[in-house]
Write a protein that binds this ligand. Structure first.
Ligand SMILES: *Cc1c(COP(=O)(O)O)cnc(C)c1O
Length: 334
């Protein structure tokens, strides 16, 4: 097996908890608390950045450029942990449906020193990213979903396998997780394959176009499986297709747009588990987890929680008030 180096950032293993109030005699619910990967800013970007930042430092980078929606958790996490590693962070940002959360994430990233380049569309982002790379910044892909970033989730799958072996939870039949840029679901699928586990991944698609989201996730899963030491006969697209199912039923009208099922999932998560969900990713993923429980689709359902639960207030200290954002940035979220 190939080893990649890793910059230690997070606190592991993250806990697994059983949720009795939402379980039934045929199907029980467990939650993997990756909201707790870091006390300053948790969620799923932390594990990815441990590998991305290690690679950047190894290559002698001093500046990173990435891209995302205006309220991208990936951009915020990269600014936060890249900055702590001594790297300057730039991001090309595209418009996103406005919400208080999106505004908070953008302001927090700016407070942490993000240099933002607003553009009007994804198509307009490419030349700006290219110009920043030409100016010497190291590129970090959307969502941190490179093979290096996804390696953090191969390791997360191994961490879960160890928790199963230690008797902390039964071996899940399905692991339900939000799927945006795909690195989280792809790394988990490759890791479960490498560990020889029964667990299949249900990646709940939250972005469009669906065919592209599915295709890139499967290719990424195959690449990760190869790197994780899965024999070529098993690290095929066919094997990944049965290991990683992409559930597009909970997407609704598109990225960042709330759904009724997501709103219901958000209420249940709050009342039964005390967990906060966001409308873009985790509300839709948790809605799929609830469907798996209600339809008695699997004996043991693991919902992998990917949203930071760290308080935003400390990150917003010194942030520009919404009204004081430069017009280019304000246009992204209006
Ligand atoms: C980025 C993100 C995801 C999606 O992860 P990908 O690896 O991009 O598929 C899911 N949930 C939350 C809260 C995120 O911030």
């Amino acid at each position: 097996m190939q080893r990649t180096d890793r910059l230690p950032i997070g606190r592991y293993p993250t806990p697994v908890v059983h949720v009795a109030p939402l379980s039934n005699p045929q199907s029980d619910l467990w939650i993997k608390r990756d909201d707790l990967t870091h006390e300053v800013y948790g969620g799923n970007k932390v594990r990815k950045l441990e590998h991305i930042l290690a690679g950047a430092l190894r290559h002698g980078a001093r500046r990173l450029v990435t891209l995302g929606a205006a309220g991208s958790h990936h951009v915020l996490a990269t600014t936060c942990f890249g900055g702590r590693a001594g790297l300057a962070v730039e991001a090309v940002l595209v418009p996103q449906a406005p919400s208080p959360h999106v505004m908070d994430v953008l302001r927090a990233a700016l407070a942490l020193g993000l240099r933002a380049f607003p553009v009007g569309s994804w198509a307009a982002a490419a030349p700006v990213v290219a110009a920043r790379v030409a100016a010497g910044a190291r590129f970090v892909t959307v969502g941190g979903s490179s093979v290096a970033g996804s390696t953090g989730y191969v390791e997360a799958a191994r961490e879960l396998a160890a928790q199963v072996r230690a008797g902390e939870l039964p071996e899940p039949d399905v692991c339900v997780v939000a799927l945006g840029s795909g690195g989280t679901a792809a790394g988990l699928a490759a890791g479960f394959e490498a560990e020889g586990m029964r667990t299949r991944v249900v990646g709940v698609c939250v972005a469009t176009p669906r065919w592209l989201v599915r295709a890139t996730s499967l290719l990424l899963a195959r690449a990760c499986a190869g790197r994780a030491g899965v024999p070529p006969s098993r690290a095929t697209l066919g094997a990944m297709r049965s290991r990683l199912r992409v559930d597009t039923r909970f997407l609704g009208a598109g990225y960042g747009l709330a759904t009724d099922a997501g709103d219901e999932a958000t209420r249940l998560a709050r009342d039964a588990v005390g967990l906060s969900l966001d409308p873009t990713y985790t509300a839709k993923a948790f809605a799929s987890a609830l469907w798996h429980l209600r339809a008695r689709q699997a004996r043991h359902v693991l919902y992998w929680h990917t949203l930071s639960s760290a308080p935003m207030e400390p990150l917003l200290e010194g942030a520009p008030p919404p009204g004081a954002l430069p017009p280019g940035l304000r246009r992204l979220v209006s």
